[in-house]
Design a protein around this ligand. Structure first.
Ligand SMILES: C[S@@+](CC[C@H](N)C(=O)[O-])C[C@H]1O[C@@H](n2cnc3c(N)ncnc32)[C@H](O)[C@@H]1O
Length: 377
């Protein structure tokens, strides 16, 4: 099993350009770095818990590998990992994906030539099966799911209900649905998404009420993802992945980040900030030094174009870049609103519960995406 999980599936895309932005495979180090941050904050966060990894490819996914290898250290009760049927991926992405079977499957007595393409798979780890007195990746048991492994299916939804914590990098094109699927069941979760999703109208209310937040990996930290063999990758992204040591079928996704409702230490570290007066005098940003803060034409708030320029002693509403959320300390600021974003770049409308204003303006000019915050007293 170990060897099989290590071995990336032999995937052949005959129409790589048609791949939607859903087939991105997370790197082990990115998962490890993120999960370890929760363990630093609370070593028992996973203890006695059932963890579900849906939308995975457990034969070779790094999520399955990380949680299986660390099963005992994390104190897990049970690990469940599921995959989506290859035929469904193919229909969805309009590409020919062949030979997704790995050695572990084809050599297994359970191997079924028909099921391998039309069914999802389930991997379960909950005890020492091979008698080596350890519970680890070598004890994973697998089977075909009854259905295709769609997270919305009754079968996977039942697994969701059984789980305490759901961890994955879900298909981004179904991000809203996936998010609703988790929060409607009141589950703890850790998942990768695009930072722009923060201001989706289905997501932002949870951010504002501090029911969900960004994960521990800093937003400026590059995450590299594997892509199916032959996928067309933008040369600049390929070059960035290569600079980080990933050669071949890899890309870097600039806007990816973790979303979670598990607590971690960075959320409780206040930003060190200057007063309004000191910022006017000493700010390293020329927009602020000698000038101070602009006010919006149509909204009662000041514009703070950089997170490190947030004044420490201003108690009104402030518009800050979305990347502020990366540094948001729960005890220091409350979130009161955001410009709406549907991932199109500039904000198209101000979405704020207390305001009917369509978009924030300064001297008649539209302002880039903003989160509105207020200092806690
Ligand atoms: C971003 S990839 C991540 C894969 C893996 N979790 C990882 O991080 O390495 C999302 C995966 O979800 C699969 N997927 C797409 N639609 C799905 C659905 N409705 N239900 C379950 N999985 C789906 C895709 O085929 C893809 O393999």
């Amino acid at each position: 099993m170990h060897r099989a999980v290590n071995q990336m599936a032999n995937t052949n895309l005959t129409n790589a350009k048609a791949v939607k932005n859903d087939e991105f495979y997370t790197q082990y180090y990115d998962i490890e770095r993120e999960v370890e941050a929760y363990l630093d904050y609370n070593p028992d966060v996973f203890r006695g818990k059932t963890v579900l990894l849906p939308c995975d490819d457990p034969e070779w996914s790094n999520f399955t590998k990380y949680f299986a290898q660390n099963f005992e250290r994390l104190g897990l009760k049970k690990l469940i990992s599921t995959s989506y049927a290859i035929n469904r991926k193919q229909e969805r992405y309009g590409v020919q994906l062949s030979l997704f079977e790995t050695e572990f499957e084809t050599l297994s007595p359970k191997y079924d030539k028909r099921n391998t393409r039309s069914h999802g798979k389930i991997f379960v780890l909950d005890r020492d099966d091979n008698g080596d007195r350890r519970i680890d990746i070598n004890d994973l048991k697998w089977d075909y799911l009854k259905g295709d492994g769609d997270f919305r299916s009754k079968e996977v939804t039942r697994l969701r209900d059984e789980a305490d914590i759901i961890v994955t990098n879900p298909p981004f094109s179904l991000f809203r649905e996936f998010f609703a699927w988790i929060v409607s069941a009141g589950k703890s979760f850790l998942m990768i998404g695009n930072i722009n999703a923060i201001t989706y109208k289905e997501i932002f209310p949870f951010v504002r009420k501090s029911k969900i937040w960004l994960g521990a990996t800093g937003f400026m930290t590059d995450m590299v993802f594997g892509v199916p063999k032959g996928t067309a990758v933008k040369p600049s992204d390929r070059a960035k992945a290569e600079r980080l040591g990933f050669k071949g079928d890899f890309t870097r996704l600039g806007n990816s980040c973790w979303f979670t409702n598990l607590d971690h230490g960075r959320r409780h570290q206040p930003l060190e900030l200057m007063t309004v007066e000191d910022s006017k005098r000493y700010s390293r940003h020329k927009q602020i030094a000698g000038h101070g803060y602009d006010r919006y034409d149509n909204y009662s708030a000041i514009e703070v174009p950089f997170t490190d320029a947030i004044p420490s002693d201003y108690y009104g509403v402030m518009g800050v870049p979305i990347t502020f959320l990366d540094k948001h300390c729960l005890e220091q600021f409350e979130i009161v609103g955001a410009t709406e974003s549907e991932g199109r770049g500039f904000s198209e409308g101000l979405w704020h519960e207390e305001s009917g204003v369509s978009q924030p303006l300064i001297n008649g000019n539209r302002v880039y995406k903003r989160i509105f915050i207020r200092k806690k007293q």
